[in-house]
Design a protein around this ligand. Structure first.
Ligand SMILES: *Cc1c(COP(=O)(O)O)cnc(C)c1O
Length: 413
């Protein structure tokens, strides 16, 4: 407690002394003290916190919200309002930013996939909304087509509607696979380079057959332009995570696209019950927080942010390269999590350490640090999710362990 607060407390206590007696004064003092020192629940519950050198990983709680987002959540929590109205008003603003007809905040990209497809399947028919995920005998379509290389674990979000996935590899196979049971043509951006059919062709074939197209761009900002690129390209539905690079609430995401489909998708969302999306609730605080995070992300100076990542990455590289036998390489993934990564490698004959044990030493050190990909003779990291200054802590810890393992003193230049 600050001295000023103690004095204030004393004077309040003096004032109340005659009326309340010492016991109540003690309670009042305890309450004031409680307010002055916020609870540290991580400490209280013994939860390990760490420097995140890995990136936006769900198991590591994704990203940290910025102050403006926390403020939006805090002020959003002070009043009642209609959940639909928050989604309407925020949806309009988001749609204008991302060049789509409509948008809705979902509980992550995963639920955007499920709800978007639900909207395609049911349209505005409330009876069909209740029938999902049981499609047989309902007249609803039952198949989603995607390229074989785009079939990853998250497609569970699509099969949750009751649809089955049909895999194709060539354009001819796609044309052949389309029939009157086809609900959706699904594209996965992070594997865009692995398939034979590109974005534009995918959209064109969808339009030719009058079948909606959807793209999952969950981890595909930066670049910020991806927020509107696929809407501009003509995808009917675009799904993105809110709690990755945009640093919105970790359990939020955005479904954007055609107005009619999003209107239909919302029939499968809270506050309405009796639908497959009732458990995918997003509270008003997170809807507002998502909006503010998106706005802040779009308006930030992306070049400056990129340069900052580069210079902090270079700082780590310089520090660890002062250890004899260490080389580094910066690489930027072409698709998904497009940020600078640093690979730190060593020659096993100079440094007898495997990546896994180095990662464990950093994990078990103080402060705890979580590295990125770990191999026999190298480890990777990114400064992307680090707080300012943490890059030097990570660099120093790496250097310390690498020097120890090398059994040598620091390299003299
Ligand atoms: C992260 C991710 C998802 C899931 O996103 P959430 O926002 O966590 O629901 C879906 N698809 C891909 C490709 C992802 O990287």
């Amino acid at each position: 407690m600050e001295r000023r607060e103690v004095l204030k407390l004393v004077s309040v206590a003096t004032l109340m002394g005659g009326v309340l007696g010492p016991k109540n004064i003690a309670i009042a003092a305890a309450q004031t003290a409680e307010k002055a020192v916020p609870r540290n629940l991580f400490q209280e519950l013994g939860i390990r916190t760490f420097i995140n050198a890995r990136g936006t990983i769900t198991a590591m709680t994704g990203s940290l919200m910025q102050q403006e987002v926390l403020d939006a959540i805090q002020s959003g929590a002070q009043e009642f309002c209609m959940l639909d109205e928050v989604q309407d008003k925020v949806g309009e603003k988001i749609a204008a930013i991302v060049h789509s007809e409509a948008a809705v905040v979902t509980s992550g990209a995963f639920s955007a996939l499920t709800l978007g497809l639900a909207g395609v399947l049911t349209g505005l028919d409330e009876k069909k909304v209740k029938q999902l995920p049981h499609l047989a005998g309902t007249g609803m379509k039952t198949e989603v087509i995607c390229q074989k290389s785009h079939d990853i674990v998250y497609n569970q979000a699509l099969t949750n509607t009751g649809c089955k996935m049909i895999m194709v590899e060539t354009e001819a196979e796609l044309e052949n696979a389309i029939n009157d049971r086809t609900a959706l043509l699904f594209f996965l951006n992070i594997e865009a380079d692995k398939g034979q059919i590109n974005h534009e062709k995918w959209v064109a074939i969808g339009k030719k057959h009058g079948i909606p197209t959807m793209i999952d761009i969950a981890a595909d900002v930066p670049p910020v332009s991806n927020l509107w690129r696929f809407n501009d390209m003509g995808f009917d539905l675009v799904c993105i995570s809110g709690g990755k690079a945009m640093r919105g609430p970790q359990s939020a995401g955005i479904l954007m696209g055609k107005k009619a489909i999003i209107q239909a998708a919302r029939l499968s969302m809270p506050p309405r019950g009796f639908n497959i999306g009732r458990g995918m609730k997003v509270n008003k605080e997170e809807v507002l927080g998502m909006y503010v995070a998106l706005e802040k992300f779009v308006n930030q100076d992306h070049d400056a942010v990129w340069k900052d990542w580069e210079s902090r990455t270079a700082q780590v590289a310089r520090t660890v390269e002062s250890v004899e036998g260490i080389t580094t390489r910066v690489f930027v993934p072409q698709l998904g999590n497009v940020t600078p990564n640093l690979e730190i490698s060593w020659k096993p004959e100079q440094i007898s350490l495997d990546g896994e044990s180095l990662a464990n030493k950093l994990r078990n050190g103080n402060p705890s640090i979580e590295l990125g990909e770990v191999k026999a003779n190298n480890v990777s990291l990114t400064v992307w999710m680090m707080k300012p200054g943490e890059e030097q802590i990570v660099a120093d810890r790496l250097k310390e362990e690498l020097l120890k393992a090398s059994g040598k003193a620091e390299k003299t230049a």
